[in-house]
Design a protein around this ligand. Structure first.
Ligand SMILES: CC(=O)N[C@H](C=O)[C@@H](O)[C@H](O)[C@H](O)COP(=O)(O)O
Length: 223
């Protein structure tokens, strides 16, 4: 079976509104830099940034973050959010496939509708083994560990990636499993592939200079 997302390193090019690098000009440039550095795919948020990163001519995992006061789910929470990013050029739609409450259709229905109606691949962002198994059963094209450490029922703010979850899912599932979340060094990326990852997504440590600077200040500058 062929997949839109190649094996290899995927670079997430995201900058929220409070980040000095927010906006399509900067995210488009990040995408070109990532491509020139050897990335095999990109992850980007929202139609405007997705259009901009498409200039790198790599497969794009699109997300559409929509925050609400009432519900914890914010990564592509509904069908309209998914449709907008496919329209912008994303071949792959990532969405929150956790069991958490949301306003509207269940992730099971969304996975089916995105595949059938939008003809796009589905990238399931999950936080536990059970959620990964369920997402694969619903027909997700890929299952990714993105939300481990970010749901109320997983370890809060862990320092390192969840390799154990990655390995368990890779052994159990027949769909490709993607490593994402805190793969902050080349060594962790290598360990991710050894644990069975089809691809590893790196965001902060490649495309967020503010966080990288903080890390150097915290870890290297005397008080
Ligand atoms: C939990 C959540 O909302 N994760 C987001 C998903 O798109 C991004 O903020 C992360 O940067 C991305 O997953 C890559 O991870 P890292 O930046 O750790 O390499």
């Amino acid at each position: 079976m062929s997949f839109a997302l190649p094996k290899g390193l995927i670079v997430s090019c995201q900058a929220r509104a409070d980040n000095p690098l927010h906006g399509p000009v900067f995210m488009g440039a990040m995408a070109l830099a990532a491509r020139d550095g050897g990335a095999k795919g990109l992850r980007a948020n929202g139609p405007t940034d997705i259009r901009a990163v498409k200039s790198a001519d790599l497969p794009v995992i699109g997300i559409h973050k929509v925050f609400s006061d009432e519900y914890p789910v914010y990564i592509t929470p509904d069908f309209d959010a998914a449709a907008a990013i496919v329209e912008a050029g994303a071949e792959i739609v990532a969405l929150d496939c956790t069991m958490r409450p949301r306003n509207g259709e269940s992730p099971e229905v969304l996975v089916r509708r995105i595949r059938e109606e939008l003809k796009a691949e589905v990238f399931a962002d999950i936080s536990t083994f059970e959620e990964g198994v369920a997402a694969a059963d619903w027909g997700a094209t890929y299952v990714a560990t993105t939300l481990s450490g970010y749901t109320e029922y997983t370890e809060p703010k862990p320092e390192f990636p969840d390799l154990e979850l990655l390995e368990k899912l890779s052994k159990r599932l027949s769909v490709p499993v993607v490593a994402e979340g805190r793969y902050n060094t080349p060594e962790w990326v290598r360990r991710g592939f050894e644990a069975g990852a089809h691809a590893v997504v790196v965001g902060t440590m490649i495309t967020n200079p503010r966080e990288i600077t903080k890390m150097f200040v915290r870890g290297g500058v005397p008080e």
